[in-house]
Design a protein around this ligand. Structure first.
Ligand SMILES: Nc1ncnc2c1ncn2[C@@H]1O[C@H](COP(=O)(O)OP(=O)(O)O)[C@@H](O)[C@H]1O
Ligand SMILES: [Mg+2]
Length: 302
């Protein structure tokens, strides 16, 4: 069932488009990732979905309906969540539940359930001002899902965390994913690999890829030759592209080179021939695949 449908969504500030003609759908139970570099329009898109910003153009439909108050369907974790520092974790959570008009009994139970689930029970009576970044983020997730929303929208939920915090958060999101539909933004393709069913790559306000993670990889992963020599081969590497049609891009890294190609067999033959002819003192010659970062950079450079 289609939970969310976004059609021709645009937002301009003054005369500049932050988001321009964005279209996508998200089905119930899916996890969608809005992936893009800084300034791409991720936060602006998510804020329009939550109702914080009014679109300049376009439509947002929940369960096929265009108008109405959809806030009870949505949980939201902003990019920079603000919580009252003088409240305890438990108070902050109760407060958010009350804003959602939850029944007292249900709220009491749900607060304790989430404090346990998110590992903040021991710190529940401490002021939020004493929480670490990771704890604040977990409390932020708790407040986003307290009213059991149909869709949880999270703006860069893992970006600001250290590696351990990231790991914890990704595991947590995986468990939340079992229960609710998620739409989150990130600028890191690795997060997408772990969590999402659908990926929407946004660049300069426009969705440039709307795909599944596996399809994205299948469509864009390319063979890369890794070459290492006993001396600097920067000049040699740079000269390669004009000498072979199969070479799409080169990266000179001192004694090493990465060469992206479109035909493995042809490239292997040609590269080995040029290595021999130019007397490159070869140490390593290896065939790899483009990294996730390279695919992402290729997508957002288009
Ligand atoms: N309130 C605003 N007023 C003017 N420009 C804005 C405002 N909010 C965002 N922008 C601009 O819109 C573009 C997209 O911003 P944003 O949605 O925050 O990107 P992202 O979250 O992908 O980093 C940026 O160029 C940003 O400077
Ligand atoms: Mg943002």
């Amino acid at each position: 069932m289609t939970l969310l449908r976004v059609q021709h969504l645009s937002k301009s500030f003054s005369k500049n488009f932050a988001v321009q003609d964005v279209n996508f759908t998200l089905n119930e139970g899916e996890c969608g990732a809005l992936l893009g570099p800084n300034g791409a329009g991720k936060s602006t898109t998510l804020k329009m979905l939550t109702g914080i910003l009014t679109p300049s153009q376009g439509e947002i439909m929940f369960y096929g309906k265009k108008s109405g108050d959809f806030r009870h369907l949505i949980g939201y974790l902003p990019q920079e969540p603000k919580m009252h520092p003088w409240m305890t974790g438990r108070e902050a959570l109760r407060f958010m539940g009350q804003l959602s008009h939850m029944e007292k009994r249900d709220l009491d139970d749900r607060v304790e359930e989430l404090l346990s689930l998110l590992g903040i029970k021991k710190a529940a009576n401490r002021h939020v001002s004493t929480y670490s970044g990771g704890m604040k983020q977990r409390l932020g997730i708790a407040q986003a899902i307290i009213h059991r929303p149909k869709l949880v929208i999270m703006d860069e939920p893992v970006s600001a965390l250290d590696p351990i915090g990231r790991r914890e958060m990704l595991d947590l999101l995986k468990s939340i994913k079992q229960e609710t539909t998620i739409l989150f933004s990130t600028h890191i393709l690795h997060d997408v690999k772990e969590l999402s069913d659908r990926v929407f790559i946004i660049n300069q306000g426009q969705v440039v890829v709307n795909s599944t993670f596996n399809q994205l990889i299948a469509d864009h992963q390319q063979p890369v030759f890794f070459i290492e020599a006993e001396r600097n081969i920067d000049q040699w590497t740079k000269s390669l592209q004009s000498k072979s049609e199969t070479i799409e891009a080169t990266e000179a890294l001192g004694n090493q080179a990465r060469i992206r190609v479109n035909d493995i067999a042809k490239a292997r033959k040609e590269l080995l021939m040029m290595i021999e002819r130019d007397e490159i003192p070869l140490q390593r010659f290896e065939i790899m695949q483009t990294t996730l970062e390279e695919i992402f950079l290729k997508m957002v450079k288009q």
